[in-house]
Each structure stands twice: as structure tokens, then as C-alpha cells.
Ligand binder design. Structure first.
Ligand SMILES: [Cu+2]
Length: 222
């Protein structure tokens, strides 16, 4: 669905586009029922309002057919929405073989990223385009929420537990940056807990990783 989603953040990955399609399916179902319910509500309000002729309402003793229908129809719709959603949950946690693994740790109040070569950054998340990147997520203190709106994934960062999801940025997004906020209220500076993800070409990524590691070693004096 190109450009229909202009009111959403840019969709960085194929998975994000699929999540958007799912969102529109669910939104369509919900909107249709919203209209049906509101039309019925307003119609009934007007049609069955109290008039002079009829001061007391007519007793209604239920209707088995209607009750079966309004139980079965939502059940079928909810099961349908659950089935189409759940496969994304598993797909986002199961990376293709040989991903670049980045360890994500939430701290009060910044994101720490540990790269495969040992580089350790604060709030700087650079990822290679065209390669699967797996985030291994945890927290050093309280619960944080690792959220990349452009990827349409939010995953809680939990102390003592590891969670994960993967993504693959498209090569057309090389050079672009995306916000990575914390979306679980985690204390007084929660609103300042904000990383930036930049998509690099695989060669630039390797260079960046190596040069940053050198700087890191130089500044730590080892
Ligand atoms: Cu946080």
C-alpha cells in the first residue's frame, strides 16, 4: 500500500509494510462495526424514544437467535484477527541464518548497543542495509521499551530476561536515520531516553564499527 500510509511513520522494512497491511485490515473491521453500532444506536434513540402514548417500555425477554449471532460473529472475527497476527509475532522473533547480532541494554536513561566486534555505544544504533540484524534485548535496571516505529516493532527490555526481534533494512534507505525511543515509562528522564538508528551500506558499517572501536580503545587507554 504505497503512500496510503503517509500518516504513519515511514515503513523501513518489508515486515513493517506487512504490519501496516494488517493494521489496515483490523482498522477496516473495527471501522465497519463502529459505523454499524453508531447508526443502530442513533436510529434506536430516535425511533424508540419515550413519547406521550407509550409511557412504559415493552418488556423484552431475549432472543436466542440474535444472541447466538452476536456471539458467533465476533468470535469468528477475533479468531481470524488472532490467526493473521500471530504469525508476525513469530516471524519477527525468528531471524534468517547468520544475522548481525546487536546486544541492546536499556539503562536509566539511555540505550546501550554492543556490536559483534566489541564496540559499545550509547544511543547510537548503526545497522547495515540488506543484512538481517538481530537485537538481543535486556535491561540493566527497570523495564524499558525498545521501540523502532519505522520497523513497527516494540519489544520490552526486561531486567534478568532476554527478548529479541530482527529486522532487515532495505538498501534504498542507506543514509537515513530513524528515531528509537523508549516507550515504557521508566523514570524521571524517560522522555530523554532516545537513540537514533542510521542505515549504512555493509562496507560503511564495517568501517564505522572498526573505527569506532579504535576510538573506544584509545579513549579507554587500553
Ligand atoms: Cu526507558
Amino acid at each position: 500500500m504505497p503512500n496510503v500510509a503517509s500518516w504513519l511513520p515511514p515503513a523501513l522494512t518489508q515486515m513493517a509494510q506487512r504490519v501496516d497491511s494488517l493494521f489496515y485490515i483490523v482498522l477496516g473491521i473495527v471501522a465497519a462495526f463502529f459505523v454499524i453500532v453508531e447508526v443502530l444506536l442513533i436510529t434506536f434513540l430516535i425511533r424508540y424514544r419515550r413519547t406521550r402514548k407509550n409511557r412504559t417500555g415493552k418488556g423484552v425477554h431475549g432472543n436466542n437467535l440474535f444472541e447466538i449471532i452476536w456471539t458467533l460473529v465476533p468470535t469468528v472475527i477475533l479468531v481470524f484477527m488472532g490467526v493473521i497476527s500471530v504469525k508476525y509475532v513469530y516471524a519477527q522473533q525468528t531471524p534468517p541464518p547468520h544475522p548481525v547480532v546487536i546486544k541492546v541494554t536499556g539503562h536509566m536513561w539511555y540505550w546501550e548497543f554492543q556490536y559483534p566486534n566489541g564496540l559499545d555505544t550509547r544511543n547510537v544504533l548503526d545497522v547495515p542495509a540488506g543484512q538481517p540484524v538481530l537485537f538481543d534485548i535486556t535491561s540493566a535496571d527497570v523495564i524499558h521499551g525498545f521501540y523502532i516505529p519505522a520497523v513497527r516493532v516494540q519489544q520490552d527490555a526486561l531486567p534478568g530476561r532476554q527478548t529479541q526481534f530482527w529486522m532487515q533494512a532495505d538498501t534504498k534507505d542507506i543514509g537515513q536515520s530513524f528515531p528509537v525511543p523508549c516507550d515504557q515509562f521508566c523514570g524521571v528522564d524517560h522522555s530523554k531516553m532516545h537513540a537514533t538508528m542510521t542505515v549504512l551500506s555493509p562496507s560503511d558499517f564495517q568501517q564505522w564499527e572498526a573505527s569506532q572501536l579504535q576510538k573506544q580503545k584509545a579513549s579507554s587507554g587500553s
